[in-house]
Design a protein around this ligand. Structure first.
Ligand code: SIN
Ligand code: MN
Length: 265
């Protein structure tokens, strides 16, 4: 899959592109079915909120076949290779659960702010591609982004080790107020199977989920192979050290899994 000239222009101007219906319900169904198994796992990669519900399952491509397929899916990898102009590797892989009632906040941040400071990634030649595993609505903690904020470079940030279970370099209230007053905000909503691509310097956040519907989003953070991280301070399943270029799988990989699973029943 390739982005059109119009989508490339939007990415450049706003720092994100939203793509609807990239995966169909059969494909998304394979991923949805796999989630309870992952969320029940007791392993260091599966992080929980203070209430015990899963916040993030890191590096799930290493312990789940359907999610491994997503980590090398041509519909996700192709547009990122196009935008970053070459081979990419997986810097970080997250399944973010944002559970009903208990899914907690993600404070305002730029991803590259953390990748530069903690991992010494040389340049923002890396980005996120996010796949919605559930419908994302105004009621279940959608991602908020500040359009155009990727053009600000790396903004001053403080290391937040306290407000959530995941350490992050976060922006202060005055900076967010100024940026949002100037650029407004976009709330990334869409049906399960939709995709949001965004620049690694785009300012974003999400509120706690006080609604009765969870929303799982998978984030692939992909980096150009020449731009790999230089410092290995964080766990290797948070900031990966395997810089092997991704070889995209067959476009039918999730459908094949769906067929295999149906045949086994
Ligand atoms: C992130 O910023 O990495 C995740 C935010 C979210 O899932 O709401
Ligand atoms: Mn982020």
């Amino acid at each position: 899959m390739k982005l059109t000239a119009e989508q490339l222009q939007q990415f450049d101007e706003l720092g994100y592109v939203m793509l609807q219906d990239v995966f169909d319900p059969v494909e998304v169904g394979v991923l949805q079915e796999e989630l309870p198994r992952i969320y029940a796992m007791d392993r260091p990669e599966v992080w929980r909120e203070s209430t015990g519900v899963v916040r993030t399952a890191f590096a799930a491509h290493r312990y789940s076949k359907p999610f491994d397929c997503i980590g090398a899916h041509p519909r996700l990898i192709g547009p990122v290779q196009q935008l970053l102009d070459g081979d990419v590797y997986i810097h970080q892989y997250k399944i973010n659960a944002k559970a009903a009632f208990d899914g907690d906040v993600w404070q305002w941040h730029q991803d590259y702010g953390t990748w530069a400071r903690d991992d010494l990634m040389p340049e923002p030649r890396a980005m996120n591609i996010a796949l919605f595993i559930d419908d994302v609505t105004e009621f279940n903690g959608p991602l908020w982004v500040i359009p155009g904020s990727h053009k600000q470079g790396v903004l001053e940030a403080g290391h937040d080790l306290a407000t959530t279970s995941y350490p992050l370099w976060t922006l202060d209230k005055a900076s967010i107020t100024e940026l949002a007053n100037e650029h407004g905000m976009f709330s990334a909503k869409g049906k399960a199977g939709s995709v949001l691509m965004f620049h690694s310097n785009l300012v974003h956040a999400s509120s706690p989920n006080i609604g009765p519907w969870g929303r799982t989003i998978v984030y692939l953070s992909l980096c150009h192979v020449d731009n790999h991280i230089r410092q290995f301070k964080r766990e290797e399943w948070i900031a990966h050290r395997d810089f092997t270029p991704i070889t995209p799988l067959d476009d039918a990989c999730l459908r094949d899994l769906a067929r295999e699973r149906a045949a086994a029943e």
